[in-house]
Design a protein around this ligand. Structure first.
Ligand SMILES: [Zn+2]
Length: 478
């Protein structure tokens, strides 16, 4: 039997204007959904309803689409990596922090459960989860209630350093073919998952760790399945220089030459283009390459600004015609705070009188991400779209005064005002509490995993440093 839920007379609704192809506000509108799909958005709903939610003091908005995250590892780094980054390696933390500090298999499940819960609480309904395959992953993301897009990573080489200033690559004998096969097995399981809520993406991990052969077969695997491909590229100075040394080309021009870019491709994070102020290179083509090929950029400013790096800059990419989506590459797994960072850092990075508009950030975090995933049925409130929606509590003091609910939400209240979240018409967050996961229990298990990881640092670090030496506390302990 079809059950129709009606949100009646919502104070504010972020609806989809099909004519303009963008979001708009409605006042006093009704939103109805049934069978996991939105059936009505507008004023004066006259159909039947089995459940009626009073929409007064509520803002209804589409669920957020997060196109880049690493839930299986990133929550662990809280307290460890905020002040990190190696100044002898372009300030990046990728080469000596990441390899020395990570969760074991039990810890990965705790990390993922914490990240999923936090993301749901911040209004995320669709999540691209980029992880190394681990036992229990598929079951946990299915249980979370998220619209999960599994992106199991694979590559031909791992990076390492022996001295904290030079990155080296250890290439596997099969060029990564075995790792890709294992990833594809998981991809196909996700695509055929009985929930119908899971999907997948092809994820050759990084531009500098994959052979051209592996990248070409990754692209073929994506095309055969009509799914997207994502790759980290132009994410550090070290990587830019490495690709320039190997090929005499920028990372993005090299990927373009291989045919990897396109409307179904996402580049995370595309910061170090040939036009970036830290790069000295003879061309100014990278932005055009992204725009011409219709490639999406997964923009995750928090983790980069922690290490002093900025994308230059949001409006510049947007005006060049580059599709931008938003992701939470690391903690806090708070999409609304990440969106605030997109707005503010975009303004700071422009070094001009340019304001990144809140509406443009919201667009990127909803339909920008949806476009990258080849979907027009998420990230917007319109009849026929998936019933992935978020109810914002306008009585939350941090939202007041409610002159403009998205501005109050993104620039002030964030997840404190997120009341209820629905995915596929199923309520997964009620009054700010995640119904599908054990957030508090997982946070406890995360604490145990962090202690284990800290103890293992000297065995993994190139300089045999302790965790406290690699990442000193923010104040001396007396
Ligand atoms: Zn990443």
């Amino acid at each position: 039997m079809t059950k129709t839920t009606l949100i009646k007379n919502a104070d504010w609704t972020v609806a989809w204007d099909t004519t303009r192809g963008d979001h708009c506000y409605l006042r006093g509108a009704d939103v109805a959904f049934a069978n996991g799909k939105i059936s009505f958005v507008g004023t004066g709903y006259r159909g039947e309803a089995d459940e009626i939610i009073d929409g007064r003091r509520i803002c209804v908005m589409p669920g957020l689409v997060n196109i880049h995250s690493h839930p299986y590892s990133e929550p662990l780094s809280k307290g460890f990596s905020e002040d990190g980054g190696n100044p002898r390696m372009g300030l990046s933390g990728l080469y000596d922090f990441m390899p020395a500090y990570g969760p074991d298999e039990v810890g990965r499940l705790a990390c993922a459960e914490v990240a999923y819960a936090e993301l749901l609480r911040s209004g995320v309904t669709t999540l691209v989860d980029i992880s190394s395959p681990y036992p229990g992953w598929l079951d946990l993301i299915a249980k979370s209630g998220l619209r999960g897009i599994l992106a199991p990573g694979f590559r031909s080489a791992r990076w390492y350093t022996e001295n904290g200033r030079e990155v080296r690559y250890e290439w596997s004998a099969d060029g990564g073919a075995g790792a890709m096969e294992r990833a594809l097995e998981l991809v196909d399981r996700a695509l055929n998952h009985p929930s119908g809520r899971l999907s997948a993406m092809i994820m050759p991990a990084q531009v500098d760790t994959c052979t051209p052969e592996l990248l070409r077969s990754a692209k073929n695997a994506a095309e055969e399945r009509s799914i997207a491909l994502q790759i980290h590229a132009a994410q550090s100075i070290v990587e830019f220089n490495e690709m320039a040394r190997r090929h005499g080309m920028t990372p993005l021009q090299w990927l373009d030459g291989l045919g990897i870019l396109g409307p179904n491709s996402i580049v995370s994070h595309a910061i170090f283009l040939d036009s970036h102020s830290w790069i000295r290179w003879g061309t100014r083509k990278d932005l055009d390459v992204l725009a011409r090929t219709g490639t999406t950029v997964a923009h995750c400013p928090t983790v980069f600004v922690r290490h002093g790096m900025l994308l230059e800059h949001f409006n510049c990419y947007r005006e060049a015609g580059v599709n931008l989506g938003v992701g939470t590459d690391t903690f806090p797994h708070n999409m609304l705070e990440e969106m605030r960072m997109v707005a503010l850092l975009g303004r700071a990075a422009s070094r001009q009188l340019e304001i990144v508009a809140t509406g443009d950030v919201f667009h990127a975090a909803t339909v920008g991400g949806a476009r990258a995933l080849g979907r027009d049925d998420i990230g917007r409130l319109v009849p026929g779209a998936k019933a992935d929606l978020v109810l914002i509590d306008l009585d939350e003091p941090a939202m007041k005064p409610v002159r403009d609910p998205l501005r109050s939400l993104i620039h002030s209240a964030a997840e404190r005002a997120v009341k209820d979240v629905y995915v596929d018409g199923v309520k997964v967050v009620a009054d700010g509490r995640v119904l599908s996961l054990d957030y508090e229990g997982a946070a406890e298990r995360l604490t145990a995993a962090a202690a284990k990881a800290e103890a293992a640092v000297p065995a993994l670090d190139w300089g045999k440093r302790t965790g406290r030496e690699l990442s000193p506390l923010s104040l001396p302990l007396q």
